[in-house]
Write a protein that binds this ligand. Structure first.
Ligand code: PMV
Length: 342
């Protein structure tokens, strides 16, 4: 151990945290500042429960090297973003120590399941705790946003709104809790239709869309109305209204991205067939709607009593490899050693 007096005062310099992915019902697509991850529009999401990222961070005084392992392997692709996130935490704490980061996911990554949201929310939570930074959820959300936009929302559980904000420094572009999970415990079935990493990541997809889609201005102009409708539906527990606005906003985001040059086509055949099946179920009176992010997985959000039927229908769609099932859960939080290894 080093003789750094700061380290002695801070204690073990190690902490672990868990965060879950969130699924946007009113989507974030497009950045007004790419360096600060400031969005062109606000967004609303739900945080899941049974899918998680668990991350352990250890700072090593005297070392300037960072090490990152993901599911037991070094991960060069994400290393740059992990180091950038650690730099924000180190800057805040006034230290330059290297860190060892070990992260585990219990769900397929990089295929539109928002692994960066749970990943960076967990990293900010564990890293800030390891450095003895006493941050509010709002401060953690601001830091997580800098690392990956949608991570700002996974700091909170349940129903969450991330404000676009107006300020150039991004200090008002932060997420907040709209409604706790227990107040309206909807369920989500995730139809996995591919486990291959997507061709165009969300940052590049957003950049291309903002630069070339002819629908960009209408996307921005109509988002406020969708946010208001979704917020009101959530606060009133109005499933039908939330279904209408969520499917509309999802299809609108994809229409915007499809019209970029070259067009961004995140769906495969099974994704589209799942959309038809979900709509057919709703026509039969089953409370369910779909949403799809920048990948081919389809997320079906439903009332708790409908989950088994929804899973069975999605499982029967040709091309669906698996159907995961989650409820709504808590925000990013510290976990013990015992939880880290179970
Ligand atoms: O935060 P990112 O870079 O993972 O982008 C997320 C983009 C969408 O998932 C498509 C929409 C959203 O609001 O989560």
């Amino acid at each position: 151990m080093s003789a750094d007096p700061r380290a002695a005062a801070l204690g073990p310099l190690r902490a672990a945290a868990q965060a879950q992915p969130n699924i946007a019902l009113v989507k974030y697509w497009g950045k007004r500042d790419a360096a600060l991850n400031l969005p062109v529009v606000g967004s609303i999401s739900i945080t899941l429960d049974s899918l998680w990222t668990r991350t352990e961070v250890r700072f090593v005084p005297g070392s300037t090297l960072d090490r990152f392992s993901f599911n037991g392997r070094t991960h060069d692709v994400e290393m740059k973003r992990v180091v950038a996130c650690l730099d924000l935490l180190r800057q805040r704490a006034g230290v330059t120590w290297g860190a060892e980061v070990d992260s585990l996911n219990n769900f397929p990554t990089a295929a539109g399941l928002a692994s960066s949201a749970s990943g960076f929310a967990a990293l900010v939570c564990a890293g800030s705790q390891a450095l003895g930074l006493e941050l509010s959820e709002t401060e953690r959300s601001l830091l997580a946003r800098r690392c990956s936009g949608s991570a700002a929302r996974s700091v909170f559980g349940g129903y969450v709104e991330w404000a676009r904000g107006e300020l150039a420094d991004g200090s008002d572009s932060v997420a907040r809790l709209l409604l706790p999970a227990a107040a309206w415990p909807l369920r989500v079935a995730v139809a996995i239709t591919s486990t291959v990493a997507k061709e165009v990541g969300s940052s590049e997809g957003m950049r291309r869309t903002t630069q070339s889609s002819p629908f960009q201005a209408s996307w921005i102009a109509t988002q406020e109305a969708d946010l208001t409708m979704a917020r009101n539906a959530i606060l009133a527990h109005d499933f039908d209204a939330l279904a209408l606005v969520s499917e509309h906003n999802c299809l609108k985001m994809h229409a915007l991205a499809l019209a970029a040059q070259p067009g961004l086509l995140y769906w495969n055949g099974a994704t589209v067939e799942c959309m038809h099946r979900v709509r057919a179920l709703r026509r039969e009176g089953v409370p369910v709607f779909f949403t799809v992010d920048a990948g081919p997985q389809l997320k079906a959000v439903c009332a708790p009593q409908a989950i088994e039927q929804v899973k069975a229908v999605l499982n029967g769609v040709p091309g669906v490899l698996d159907v995961l099932d989650a409820g709504l859960g808590a925000g990013a939080r510290s976990i013990s050693n015992a939880e880290l290894t179970t």
